[in-house]
Each structure stands twice: as structure tokens, then as C-alpha cells.
Design a binder for this molecule. Structure first.
Ligand SMILES: *Cc1c(COP(=O)(O)O)cnc(C)c1O
Length: 357
């Protein structure tokens, strides 16, 4: 597969999704399948839906527009808290959004009311990771405001962890979310149906049977697309790690020293790299660079190849251990971490190609 291609195997995505959906269902939890790692790819969303996710989630309105344009009519959740200036698009494109700002909620309500509709919202609580969400002591005031907005329907509470602060879900912080949901029901006198407890970092707690029963939903991307939980990035049981593979092509292969020759300043990215002396090596250039993907989150599938570094348009490999086996024009395949996946999927220079195993 020459060129520069991100392959996504839809059968593997479907099987990974089915594994996660079944594990969560055993604990009374439904799954929102998150497509943002592949820029809202409609075929990926369909594979997740075939495997039983209750809804699709994505962080970008552009991606949701792409899903809608391709005819995906399943419920869609907007994951990134919306910009006030995009309230009308949010109401038009998403069935439910995650929110934490009263000013934005008011704009959503106005936009929905102007269309004669209601928009569903989940209010996000910050349980300590310090990304989105209201601090727990502010929650009652925000909830009171939401129930007074005629264009909105409060669907529930949510929280997101392990994204900014690296905080792991625990019985304690998930217990607090459950407790806040109970408080909200008593305060408002309406059922809080959805308690959306987290992302791929929540799977270990669920599988251990320690997720509080009040948690009804999780939003899962990486465990489906890359087969890993995200607290420690361990392979997740029942899933495969090879659904997504990035392919490049060898464009130069020369014998060269492994340490640069001459006085040194900065590299292309403004860093001062360090080099191990590996002697003279088979020095291979591959046609993938930082413009195409995050080179720090790539790992060659052929373990004889070692990434030495890269720049905007090249990855530099030590291919000495594959001497005689690798040639100019050959394909090199890389496993991708999340940062490599999402940058490749959104780079205009990388073709995304779906496969069936
Ligand atoms: C990205 C995201 C998710 C999915 O996270 P994964 O680690 O890929 O499972 C869930 N919720 C929110 C709010 C997100 O932004």
C-alpha cells in the first residue's frame, strides 16, 4: 500500500465495539461510541452502531456535519462544551450536548426555542481533572438555571476524567457524581436519567464491578479504535490493537552515521535533539512527517525498525536490523497512539481507507 494511508479495519472496529458494549451492558451501562479520533468517519460510526452503541459522540461540529451528510441519523452527542457563537449549529446538528456555562446554555435554549424545539443537555461536573465542568458546589445554581430555560431538556449529569489532569476514575469520585445526581433529582423533582461517567479510562473500574450503579453511560473512543484503556494505555481485554494502521513509503535508504556531523544548532522544530552513537546505520527516510501525524506516537510494526526522529515531511528510521529486506518504494506500517491517529485522520495529506478483515 504505497503512498501515505491510514487504514481502518471496520470489522475490527465493530468487534472491539461489541466487546466494550457487552462488558458495559453486564454492569447496566450503555456506550456512546466516540468517532472524533477518526474525524467523524461515517463508516466507523456505522460499524459502532452495528455493534450496539446507543449513540455516536464527537467533539467537533464539522465531524457531526460529516456524519449527518452521510446519512447517519442515530442520536449524536456533542462532546466538547459548545461555543456560544455556535449555539444554532449545535441545536441543528446534535441531539444532546455536554455543557457547563449558563451563558452558553441560554444561547442553546434560545436557538432551540426559535426553532420550536427542545435541545437535550447534560451538565458536566468537574470531579478534579480540571478540564470542563462546573465545580460541585456550583452545580445547584446551574441546574436551577437550566430547568428554567424553555428550549432545553435536562437529561442528566456527566463528568470527564484522565484528560487534562490525568485523574483516574475511582469509587470515590464516581460515587460523588452518583450522589450529585441523587441530590439533583431531589432538588429539581425530575428524574436524572443519564449519568455519563467517563471515557475509556473508566473501563477498568467497570470491569472490576466497582462502578457505582447510578452511573448509566460511558463515552468510549480509544478503547474501540485502538483497543486500550486510557489510564495506563494497557491493551483492553477482548479488543484488538490493530484496527488502525498508518502506512508510509521508504523514499531514501542510505548507509550513514547515526550521529550528525558538524557544529549543531536547532532542528526543524526548534529543538536540540540528542543522538545515541549507533555506529554506521541503514538510514531510511519514510514519507511521513509532523505535518501528517504525531511522530512521537508512532511505533513501527516491524520491530527491526527504530524511529530516530523526524521533521515536517520525513520520519528517519534506523533500518540496520532489516538490512537487505527493506528497499526504496517499500511500505512501512506503524501502530498509532491516539495523538498519531487523530492528527493523521485530520491531515489533508493522509488518505483514510477503510478495510474489511
Ligand atoms: C474524547 C472524549 C471522550 C472519549 O474518550 P476516549 O478516551 O477516547 O474514550 C469521552 N468524553 C469526552 C467529553 C471526550 O472529549
Amino acid at each position: 500500500m504505497p503512498g501515505r494511508v491510514l487504514t481502518v479495519d471496520l470489522d475490527t472496529v465493530e468487534a472491539n465495539t461489541r466487546a466494550v458494549v457487552e462488558q458495559c451492558a453486564a454492569h447496566g451501562i450503555t456506550v456512546v461510541g466516540v468517532t472524533k479520533g477518526l474525524a467523524g468517519h461515517p463508516e466507523v460510526a456505522r460499524a459502532m452502531l452495528r455493534a450496539g452503541v446507543a449513540a455516536i459522540g464527537d467533539s467537533r461540529l464539522e465531524n457531526i456535519r460529516r456524519l449527518r451528510a452521510a446519512g447517519v441519523d442515530a442520536p449524536v452527542m456533542l462532546l466538547r462544551v459548545p461555543s456560544r457563537s455556535h449555539a444554532a449549529d449545535v441545536v441543528d446538528l446534535a441531539d444532546v450536548s455536554l455543557n457547563a456555562e449558563v451563558a452558553v446554555l441560554r444561547a442553546l435554549s434560545d436557538a432551540a426555542a426559535a426553532r420550536g424545539r427542545t435541545h437535550d443537555v447534560i451538565v458536566m461536573v468537574d470531579l478534579g481533572d480540571l478540564r470542563e465542568g462546573v465545580w460541585p458546589d456550583q452545580l445547584p445554581a446551574v441546574l436551577d438555571a437550566v430547568v428554567g430555560m424553555t428550549g432545553l431538556r435536562l437529561r442528566g449529569l456527566g463528568a470527564n476524567l484522565t484528560c487534562f489532569g490525568g485523574v483516574l476514575p475511582t469509587e470515590q469520585n464516581m460515587g460523588l457524581l452518583a450522589e450529585l445526581a441523587g441530590d439533583a433529582e431531589r432538588r429539581l423533582g425530575v428524574p436524572v436519567d443519564v449519568v455519563s461517567g467517563g471515557n475509556s479510562s473508566a473501563l477498568p473500574l467497570i470491569a472490576a464491578g466497582r462502578m457505582p450503579t447510578r452511573i448509566t453511560q460511558v463515552r468510549i473512543g480509544e478503547a474501540i479504535l485502538l483497543g486500550r484503556e486510557t489510564g495506563e494505555r494497557r491493551p483492553w481485554p477482548g479488543t484488538r490493537q490493530d484496527a488502525c494502521v498508518l502506512h508510509g513509503e521508504v523514499i531514501e535508504l542510505q548507509r550513514k552515521p547515526s550521529v550528525p556531523v558538524g557544529p549543531r544548532g536547532q532542528d526543524a522544530m526548534g529543538h536540540r535533539p540528542e543522538f545515541d552513537d549507533r555506529g554506521t546505520v541503514d538510514h531510511a527516510l519514510v514519507n511521513l512527517g509532523t505535518v501528517d501525524t504525531d511522530l512521537g506516537a508512532l511505533c513501527p510494526l516491524d520491530d527491526r525498525l527504530v524511529i530516530l526522529g523526524g521533521s515536517s515531511d520525513y520520519v528517519v528510521l534506523d533500518a540496520t536490523a532489516a538490512h537487505g529486506d527493506l528497499h526504496v518504494g517499500d511500505e512501512v506500517a506503524f501502530a498509532v497512539g491516539y495523538a498519531a491517529l487523530v492528527t493523521a485522520a485530520t491531515s489533508p495529506y493522509v488518505e483514510v481507507r477503510t478495510t474489511r478483515r
